[in-house]
Design a protein around this ligand. Structure first.
Ligand SMILES: [Fe+2]
Length: 183
């Protein structure tokens, strides 16, 4: 298995028509989140139809990252479906921690309350994988592994529609749920 990401084959075209950037829920340097007016139940029905999952995501948002991108971090949730809307030349890099003191916990606040992310000292990490995502691509993404995003200065802001699970679930839980062998 791939412990970092898995390509998913779901058609969200009809659902994503109404995305806009009217209501910002989080603003950090080069990183913003927006309220997405998308019904999570419709998405869960689609996921169940295709993958028969039992653990359902409970949140969606539109994420915008602007050049030059964001440094190494882990998100407030462990697992997300990333729908890359316009990412052409941006690169996501995954890292392995070389020492236990490589990260700092930071508390942030969005419209729903406080949450914690970790930021990492790049000198105490080793690159394990790099991916370039294409527009329209959909990945089940392990956001509990340290990762960074680099966007060339000539690129437009990178928009991702994100479908996230509560942090009580690990990537492994959700990956196994997507890949369980039906008997
Ligand atoms: Fe992230």
């Amino acid at each position: 298995m791939n412990f970092l990401f898995q390509k998913l084959d779901i058609n969200l075209q009809n659902i994503l028509g109404n995305l806009n950037q009217d209501v910002r829920t989080l603003e950090l340097p080069h990183f913003e989140e927006y309220f997405a007016d998308v019904n999570i139940k419709t998405i869960n029905n689609l996921l169940y139809k295709k993958y028969k999952i039992d653990y359902f995501p409970n949140n969606v948002n539109l994420t915008k990252i602007s050049p030059p991108g964001v440094g190494v971090h882990t998100d407030a949730f462990n697992v997300t479906i990333n729908v890359y809307l316009n990412a052409r030349n941006s690169v996501t890099t995954f890292y392995r921690e070389l020492s236990e003191d490589s990260s700092t916990i930071i508390t942030k606040k969005n419209t729903k309350g406080e949450f914690q992310i970790k930021v990492y000292d790049e000198e105490k990490l080793e690159v394990i994988s790099r991916i370039k995502t294409k527009p329209g691509e959909i990945l089940l993404f392990n956001s509990s592994v340290p990762h960074s995003v680099a966007i060339p200065p000539s690129e437009p802001d990178r928009l991702i529609f994100r479908i996230t699970w509560d942090s009580k679930y690990s990537y492994q839980d959700i990956y196994n749920n997507f890949n369980k062998i039906s008997s």
